[in-house]
Write a new protein. Structure first.
Ligand code: NPW
Ligand code: ATP
Ligand code: MG
Length: 371
């Protein structure tokens, strides 16, 4: 985690650059806030004055990063996504993430889950490639843990370099042995420079072990209200302050070390520690479970597309912001909210996550028609 000397240096430097009025306000903030170091408070005070959050140019970003469909392409080029999640309790969440990735346009979608969850997830859809490899403590004796953990890692590693993005956490559960295996998978993904979208129980894991993502610019955290609260408490050692959502979000991303954070809520707020973009287009008033899972699968696809586009020689340099993880978050959030709004128009109070998934295709088509 990027605390201590570096943070202290940037806070001190920012103090030196601030005008007397800014400096006084900063001192006031430092006096008002309790519970964490003066360096951290200094950063937060400066960040809260870094300017208002601006609404992302959502539909244009979505159009810019969505690839054309043409006959020159082969299977795999539009994205290969892997979801690490699915256990005894939760089979819906990894399915929602994986199927959403396919419905948006990824070519292949894998799920790595526990042995119990696999037949259930396979039965939801033949489109998803399901690997029943994860184990929970109840099915593994202490003496077997090391060998099983290495086996799990070897199974995922066979595929790792083929993936354009991992989604870690939807329906993963919180079993300590399973989370330990997933930590090892995340370390290998980092070594292979595979982007990682961390959601659900993946955020529970990461909040307790920030080193898994800190200073990794290809990590994207997508916390809901509870997950965000836990992150703020752990990293900034204070409570969520909605009067300064912009500054607090920037501080959080900076303290973790340049990861991208998509804070879900009435408006989705997205930052990479440098800029904050919001996506506020109207979604749906239904808060049925599973919408965050659609979002994580969608963000994974759009990040893959944005990264490919950036690497292309004809990359449109006028697209702003430039960071592919931010672009992916903006596009994913926009599409989910549009699909949720169309599903709600149709189904009203009975709108469910599966209804929203059915509108992903039409939503993308409305914004970015196939020519
Ligand atoms: N159809 C499906 O399969 C769906 C499955 N889903 C999956 O569910 C998982 C949890 O995600 P979520 O969104 O419910 O978590 P969140 O808002 O942090 O917690 C809400 C409250 O519950 C509690 N709590 C949670 N887990 C706990 C545990 N193991 N043991 C004890 N307490 C626990 C939590 O308590 P706290 O952590 O604050 O102590 C808080 O008060 C995640 O894998 C997600 O992907 C969803 O995507 C929806 C669709
Ligand atoms: N109050 C709200 N108003 C409008 N949209 C919202 C609101 N809260 C969340 N959303 C939208 O719903 C999406 C999912 O956010 P939510 O907070 O439900 O995630 P989650 O709790 O992780 O979901 P899941 O049940 O899949 O775990 C977000 O992208 C956001 O756009
Ligand atoms: Mg969630």
């Amino acid at each position: 985690m990027k605390l201590g000397v570096n943070s202290g240096f940037s806070a001190t430097r920012n103090c030196m650059l601030a005008s007397p009025a800014v400096f006084r306000r900063q001192e006031f903030l430092i006096r008002c806030l309790g519970g964490y170091s003066s360096y951290q408070k200094g950063i937060q005070g400066v960040k809260s004055m870094a300017g208002p959050t601006s609404e992302a140019d959502s539909e244009n970003i979505l159009r810019a990063i969505t690839p054309t469909l043409d006959q020159s392409k082969h299977k795999g080029q539009a994205g290969k996504i892997a979801v690490i999640g699915g256990c005894r309790e939760y089979t819906g969440a990894p399915y929602f993430a994986a199927i959403s990735a396919l419905k948006i346009g990824a070519d292949l979608s894998h799920v790595f889950c526990t042995k119990d969850a696999a037949p259930v997830i396979k039965s939801y859809s033949p489109e998803i490639i399901v690997h029943p490899i994860l184990e929970e403590s109840y099915s593994v004796g202490d003496e077997d843990q090391a060998s099983i953990s290495s086996k799990v890692l070897a199974e995922v590693d066979k595929w790792m370099e083929r993936f354009d993005c991992l989604v870690v956490g939807p329906g993963l559960g919180r079993d300590p042995f399973l989370l330990d295996c997933v930590s090892r998978i995340m370390k290998h993904a980092r070594e292979s420079s595979v982007p990682i979208v961390v959601d659900g129980d993946g955020l529970f894991l990461v909040t307790n072990c920030l080193d898994l993502v800190s200073d990794y610019p290809l990590a994207v955290l997508t916390p809901n209200v509870n997950e965000y609260k836990r992150l703020i408490q752990k990293v900034l050692n204070c409570e969520v302050n909605d009067e300064d959502s912009h500054g607090q979000l920037l501080s959080l991303a900076e303290q973790i070390g340049g990861v991208t954070i998509l804070r879900k809520g009435k408006s989705d707020l997205i930052t990479d520690g440098k800029t904050v973009k919001s996506v506020s287009i109207y979604g749906s008033p239904r808060r049925c479970g599973g919408q965050g899972d659609i979002l994580s699968g969608s963000v994974a696809v759009f990040i893959s597309w944005a990264r490919k586009l950036r690497a292309a020689p004809d990359w449109d340099t006028s697209i702003s912001p430039k960071n592919p993880t931010i672009l992916g978050c903006v596009a994913g959030s926009t599409l989910l909210r549009k699909a949720a709004s169309l599903a709600f128009e149709d189904k009203k109070r009975s709108t469910l996550t599966t209804d929203i998934i059915e509108y992903l295709g039409r939503s993308l088509e409305d914004i970015c028609p196939v020519n």
